[in-house]
Write a protein that binds this ligand. Structure first.
Ligand SMILES: C[S@@+](CC[C@H](N)C(=O)[O-])C[C@H]1O[C@@H](n2cnc3c(N)ncnc32)[C@H](O)[C@@H]1O
Length: 271
């Protein structure tokens, strides 16, 4: 792992996310989110994720989100008939915001601040495990990550991953020629992320340096399947779920894949 231990990377990433958290918990966008969370049927999930989760037949089941950030997506699952039971994130600062959103929504998920690689033992097993955009890239390696995730899923339960496509990592939207590949798809050294982390495409200045890893689609599917989860569906999409600067790669004649979803099931009868 480039001479550093997994824990070194996740500790750095914790600092990077905690340093960025205050920016997300204030201002007009935060106030709008807080007000929206208090409305019946609150959901920030897009039509694709809504369709995938809604089609799983998990009505009334419990849900865990790994890397839940401020829990807005976890809380949104209530609109699909699931019980947002557990959110896990390494950043205590974001989970504090999640508690405020949960209170506004009248929901009470357990929100656990922990590195996903070293979770406490008593987190139960759930009918749905959700992983969404911008989670996998913070993971220094995937085999142990997916083993932990699989351990949170009840027999018959499902894993849904809805993520940015790794092919996009080859391109630099701020590069001289943003449409020419700038990095190998197989690059294993992490990208350093020195700026405060936001999603609006604006530079908010320096933060604590975090580390972003590229995992190929093959790495993701193989790590998932190796846990015993049965992969049911892998779908690649032309639409973007990334920051606005990546919009230049959407709607093109020669379209690169921009996002993907993966659905896998824990077989019945597995302890
Ligand atoms: C971009 S967010 C993704 C969540 C969600 N899709 C969103 O848009 O808010 C990535 C989250 O992963 C969390 N994270 C990063 N590394 C982690 C780790 N090792 N264990 C648990 N959470 C981690 C960060 O704190 C951050 O909240």
């Amino acid at each position: 792992m480039n001479g550093r231990r997994r824990e070194d990377y996740t500790a750095a990433n914790r600092e990077a996310w905690d340093a960025s958290a205050p920016l997300h918990g204030q201002g007009a966008a935060w106030e709008a989110l807080l007000a929206a969370a208090a409305q019946p049927g609150f959901s920030v999930l897009d039509e694709h994720l809504t369709g995938i989760v809604g089609g799983l037949g998990l009505d009334g089941g419990s849900a865990v989100q790994i890397c839940c950030n401020n829990a807005r997506e976890l809380l949104s699952l209530a609109s699909l008939g699931l019980r947002p039971a557990l959110g896990i994130d390494i950043s205590a600062g974001f989970l504090d915001q999640g508690r405020k959103l949960a209170e506004a929504a009248g929901l009470s998920p357990r929100l656990v601040a922990s590195d996903v690689y070293s979770l406490p033992q008593d987190l139960g097993r759930h009918d749905l495990a959700l992983i969404t955009i911008g989670a996998l890239g913070w993971m220094p390696e995937l085999a142990a990550f997916f083993r932990v995730v699989a351990g949170l899923i009840a027999p018959g339960g499902a894993l849904v991953v809805y993520e940015t496509h790794p092919v996009l990592e080859m391109f630099d939207p701020a590069g001289v020629d943003p449409h020419a590949p700038a990095t190998s798809y197989f690059e294993r050294r992490p990208f350093e992320v020195p700026e405060l982390i936001t999603y609006d495409g604006t530079d908010h200045g320096p933060g604590k340096t975090g580390y972003w890893f590229v995992h190929t689609l093959g790495d993701v599917v193989t790590a998932c399947a190796a846990t015993g989860l049965r992969v049911e569906r892998l779908t690649e999409y032309p639409h973007t779920i990334r920051e606005p600067e990546y919009d230049i790669y959407a709607g093109r004649e020669a379209q690169v894949p921009m996002s993907f979803s993966l659905v896998a099931r824990m077989p019945e009868g597995v302890d």
